[in-house]
Ligand binder design. Structure first.
Ligand SMILES: [Zn+2]
Length: 91
């Protein structure tokens, strides 16, 4: 009686369910929506408009503080940053 050594069957088992190849790339942070709107330039130079030899003021000056204090131009009003005076735009 000859015993055959049990043949080792190398089971070619289906490859272990390797983790599906998932792209390791993480979804990068969405680009920050920081599109800066080009607002009017700031600074005193923005308060004046030079037209030839004449200079015109692009903003009204504060009635309380007097000339020299420009008022901020909001969509519906002007405000003085110095004293807080607000003047609504007339339609
Ligand atoms: Zn003022």
């Amino acid at each position: 009686m000859s015993k055959k050594p049990p043949v080792k069957k190398e089971e070619v088992s289906a490859a272990a369910p390797a983790a599906a190849e998932s792209a390791p790339a993480k979804p990068q942070k969405a680009e920050k929506k920081r599109e800066k709107k080009h607002k009017e330039e700031k600074g005193v130079h923005a308060m004046y408009k030079v037209d030839g030899d004449k200079v015109t003021r692009a903003r009204p000056t504060c009635e309380r503080c007097g000339p020299g204090y420009f008022m901020a131009d909001h969509h519906d009003r002007y405000t003085c940053g110095h004293c807080g005076f607000t003047r609504y735009k007339q339609k």
